[in-house]
Design a protein around this ligand. Structure first.
Ligand code: B12
Length: 165
């Protein structure tokens, strides 16, 4: 009898753990979502790599210096995790896409070059991350920002101004 009680207790514990211990809710905006209820189902899992499979589109644009270019890559069915992993997946998927990153301690990786076009302190240029189509500038870098399913992120080569903080 004691054996059955123990088995039942373990079953209840496993059910409760599975239901309530899988990470925290995140904020952000998904295309077309209702701002009042957005991301109700979005979760980031503590283990990172075991996030649910998501699809993220990357748009790379340089309209700032010649030769200008634009590239559009959709990465499908990859576990939800930090943006830099989608950049890696995109470069594996499409050899026309290449990037370079520099590590800055707790901030993680800064994307310093895409397809040969490098950020420059003297020219005050950098690769800016934008939510598409809103055009809102991301407030987190590639090592920290976790995209949502069906989100499009734009990487736009541009100059910085005094409004960045
Ligand atoms: C100036 C600045 C920039 C400048 C840096 C240019 C320069 N050479 O001065 C520019 C405009 C390029 C920039 C870009 C971005 N930035 Co910025 N930036 C800052 C700011 C205001 C000051 C940094 C600084 O000068 N520190 C003092 C120096 C002495 O220390 P440092 O370690 O040498 O600083 C370097 C790094 O901070 C690095 N850097 C700057 N921004 C970022 C962002 C990331 C993710 C990384 C890894 C490194 C990095 O450039 C600095 C100069 O070399 C900080 C806010 C703050 N108060 O710290 C935000 C800050 C670091 N940036 C931030 C963000 C989000 C970005 C962008 C992702 C914005 C975007 N949507 O594109 C991009 C980076 C995109 C990419 N390509 O990876 C966030 C990072 C948050 C996080 N945890 O990820 C911060 C904290 C602002 C915030 N939102 O709170 N940034």
């Amino acid at each position: 009898m004691a054996k059955w009680n123990l088995a039942f207790a373990l079953l209840v514990l496993a059910t409760v753990t599975a239901k309530y211990s899988v990470g925290c809710k995140r904020t952000g905006s998904a295309p077309g979502s209702d701002p009042n209820t957005r991301d109700a189902d979005a979760k980031i899992y503590a283990c990172g790599i075991c996030g649910q499979p998501i699809t993220v589109t990357l748009i790379v644009t340089n309209k700032f210096v010649e030769p200008t270019f634009e590239l559009n890559i959709t990465v499908s069915n990859k576990p939800q995790r930090e943006l830099i992993y989608f950049l890696e997946a995109a470069s594996v998927q499409n050899p026309k896409f290449r990037f370079t990153a520099e590590h800055y301690g707790t901030l993680g990786y800064m994307i310093t070059k895409i397809n040969g076009l490098a950020a420059s302190v003297s020219d005050q240029t950098y690769w800016q991350f934008l939510e598409h189509p809103s055009g809102n500038s991301l407030q987190l870098g590639a090592s920290t920002y976790v995209p949502l399913d069906n989100q499009t992120i734009q990487f736009n080569f541009t100059t910085w101004d005094n409004t960045h903080a």
